[in-house]
Design a protein around this ligand. Structure first.
Ligand SMILES: CCCCCCCCCC(=O)SCCNC(=O)CCNC(=O)[C@H](O)C(C)(C)COP(=O)(O)OP(=O)(O)OC[C@H]1O[C@@H](n2cnc3c(N)ncnc32)[C@H](O)[C@@H]1OP(=O)(O)O
Length: 225
């Protein structure tokens, strides 16, 4: 089995990672939300040099307090029977409520196994002035496409990701992401996705191929059914 497959099995099947119950996850999600506000404040602040120095010192002290009890690796959520393991990664950089760098994006699965998300990106994700960084759009779409593969019962790792940036993606406004699996061939799942601006304009289109690592089964990764 490949390194990635073995690692996924250790985490999701053998229970190698710490598993958080919902109340604990909610506590830490609250902390991450405060840090997201802090990041936004840092990007926009215009306080004077003395205040920057004082706040920097306080933040360093807060970091030391949190690091006083440190896990070796990010924790995951306790398993929910029948639900895909993909949603258990609480520190995922796209969907993870515990990760301050995640927007976070909440992905929903429809009965027809397509997936969607409604999300708003702030100016901390700016690329070209006034618009979302293309790498950030790619990251959101990669996750969404991966979720579509999971929802189709054919999960895997991204083997190929192809993007078409049709129009600039605005930040600070509600965006819609949609994705679906288009074909499953052996361990390979083909998927398609897009980001849609509030006026209905498709700003980014993506296709991706997900490949189930050798030696893993979809069931080991927690199917939707
Ligand atoms: C699963 C849980 C996680 C879900 C998260 C979803 C969202 C997040 C997505 C990610 O960020 S994943 C991280 C980024 N991706 C990686 O790091 C993947 C790195 N690459 C690998 O580990 C391996 O290349 C991979 C597991 C994808 C494939 O290795 P294998 O040795 O299993 O592939 P193999 O050569 O046996 O090919 C299997 C099939 O896939 C096809 N294939 C492999 N690479 C491909 C490629 N790049 N493009 C198209 N098809 C590809 C290959 O042709 C073949 O098709 P057929 O069975 O029809 O012959």
């Amino acid at each position: 089995m490949s390194g990635a497959g073995a690692a996924m099995r250790r985490v999701f099947v053998d229970g190698e990672r710490a598993e958080l119950d919902q109340p604990r996850a909610a506590e830490l999600a609250g902390l991450a939300a405060r840090v997201r506000e802090l990041t936004e404040a840092v990007v926009h602040t215009d306080v004077d040099a003395a205040e920057v120095a004082a706040v920097s010192e306080e933040i360093a002290a807060l970091t030391r307090r949190l690091a006083a009890a440190r896990r070796a690796a990010p924790p995951i959520a306790a398993p929910v029977p029948g639900a895909p393991h993909i949603g258990r990664q609480l520190a995922n950089p796209v969907t993870g409520p515990l990760n301050p760098i995640a927007p976070p994006v909440e992905i929903h699965t429809r009965p027809d196994r397509t997936v969607f998300c409604d999300f708003t990106l702030t100016s901390v994700y700016e690329g070209p002035p006034g618009f979302v960084h293309g790498g950030v759009s790619a990251m959101v779409l990669d996750q969404l496409l991966g979720a579509a593969a999971h929802a189709a019962g054919a999960p895997g790792m991204t083997a190929a990701l192809d993007l078409r940036y049709r129009r600039p993606t605005p930040y600070g406004v509600p965006l819609r992401g949609e994705a679906e699996a288009t074909e499953v061939v052996g361990r390979r799942t083909h998927t398609a996705a897009r980001i849609i601006a509030p006026d209905g304009t498709v700003t980014v289109e993506a296709t991706a191929v997900f490949v189930l690592p050798r030696g893993l089964t979809p069931e080991a990764l927690g199917n939707v059914e």
